[in-house]
Design a binder for this molecule. Structure first.
Ligand code: HEM
Length: 414
């Protein structure tokens, strides 16, 4: 039984009951971060900020949104956008956060890839990060359906239809996901449940795992140097703070991160107030109409590279239909980044600029992702089809052949 005595203040009162000071030491003031990092390591905290913004604005939108095919469109476009005070602001913040979170996730992911932050005990950080990416993708897709505009309806139709490609159970699976033969009211209500309840819960659990998995290996650094965190922490606590290679999470690291978050918020507010259209497709301001297919269906910018891989294979190869090849390539693209700790077999843990072949691989991948995204937005036909085909092929080659080959070569060279 704890010794409870008259407390000298709030902290002491909490200390006696919750070991508050000890908890704060473990979580923040004696949780160590390398000094040798730059603004790219602030992306995690920016992502956390965006996630919180999505939750808060999501709650506000939920007060007026109606998950019913007859009411959803008006509840968003009239009630929230025109009648509720500041409803437009919460909707813009929600939509811009949903789009920008992907931009920051891509930067965060590419930083981890460039510095080899998926190796030397950091595999769980990487895999949980990729699971977060999948959670956010599912959140974005289910959220996109809720306004029940033309793009909501047709994107839902096209994407749910993809599950029809699963052998044997495909058709039954599509019907099970839609809750009906065609996308309709039951599809909207189940995606509403996923968007506001199940997926956020799963995301929070995976986020906790992501943060916890940083605990033992700690955050990587600009030189991918293996730091003895215990030794350096002792140096910081008992010796010369300027000599130590680490700083505490709070105030050292987080205070600087808040500065980066503030800079980011200037850009963010600018988007919310002046460029909100980039996160909202004009076609989605037309109510869903099952009898009128939009001339050109495409996803939001962050899914374009995967979408282009899906449609990149436009002719049958060796008797396998173009549709099935596209579907298999699309499924592979969905897990390709998750497999990186398995595909990179090299023992070298170093930034890409100190791994010449990997450096080339990294930049070719970035360029390929940009080309795929550009062509994913363009209508099919003519030269675009061939560019889409070759860049999809290049993506598969980079992951299935080039990366394992490069890392085996590095391993042989020692
Ligand atoms: C919304 C989603 C995410 C949040 C809130 C988040 C948050 C964080 C935070 C706070 C850190 C520590 C500081 C930093 O390095 O920035 C971190 C590190 C890391 N995250 Fe994420 N993350 C998310 C998504 C991802 C994704 C998609 C990946 C891709 C695989 C990923 C991979 C990593 C890696 C490898 C590290 C370690 C970095 C290092 O050791 O230098 N995270 N994350």
């Amino acid at each position: 039984m704890a010794q409870i005595h008259k407390s000298s203040g709030v902290i002491d009162w909490l200390d006696q009951r919750l070991a508050f000071t000890k908890l704060m030491k473990v979580l923040v003031s004696e949780y160590w971060i390398p000094k040798n990092i730059n603004f790219l390591w602030a992306m995690g905290v920016i992502l956390t900020t965006l996630f919180l913004l999505l939750i808060v604005t999501g709650f506000l939108l939920l007060m007026y949104y109606k998950p019913d095919v007859n009411l959803a469109f008006d509840s968003v476009n009239y009630t929230i956008m025109q009648e509720v005070e500041y409803g437009w602001l919460w909707r813009h913040i929600h939509a811009i956060s949903a789009s920008v979170v992907f931009l920051i996730m891509y930067i965060h992911l590419l930083t981890g890839l460039y510095y080899g932050s998926y190796k030397r005990g950091r595999e769980v950080i990487w895999i949980s990060g990729m699971v977060l990416f999948i959670c956010f993708s599912a959140e974005a897709f289910s959220g996109y359906m809720l306004p029940w505009g033309q793009m909501s309806y047709w994107a839902a139709t096209v994407i749910t239809q993809l599950f029809g490609g699963v052998p044997v159970i495909g058709d039954a699976l599509v019907e099970w996901i839609r809750g009906d033969y065609a996308v309709g009211d039951s599809t909207l209500t189940r995606f509403f449940m996923l968007h506001v309840c199940l997926l956020p819960l799963v995301t929070i659990v995976v986020l906790v795992i992501h943060f916890y998995s940083l605990r033992v290996p700690h955050v990587n650094n600009l030189d991918s140097e293996e730091i003895d965190f215990e030794l350096e922490a002792n140096e910081y606590l008992n010796g010369d703070r300027s000599k130590a290679k680490v700083i505490p999470f709070w105030p050292g690291f987080l205070a600087k991160d808040f500065m980066y978050v503030s800079f980011f918020m200037i850009f963010f507010i600018y988007l919310v107030c002046y460029h909100f259209n980039f996160a909202m497709d004009p076609i989605n301001f037309e109510p869903a109409n099952a009898l009128k297919t939009p001339p050109h269906i495409y996803p939001e910018w962050y899914f374009l590279w995967q979408y282009e891989i899906l449609r990149g294979f436009f002719f049958d190869i060796l008797g396998i239909s173009a549709y099935n090849i596209g579907l298999m390539a699309f499924a592979f693209a969905g897990v390709a980044f998750m497999l990186i700790p398995l595909l990179d077999r090299s023992d070298v843990v170093a930034p890409a600029h100190r791994r010449p072949l990997f450096f080339v691989w990294f930049w070719v991948l970035v360029i390929d992702l940009i080309v795929l995204s550009i062509y994913g937005k363009l209508p099919t036909g003519g030269i675009s089809d061939w560019i889409g085909f070759f860049s999809s092929l290049l993506f598969l080659f980079l992951f299935i052949v080039a990366l394992p080959a490069i890392t085996i070569l590095e391993r042989k060279r020692g």
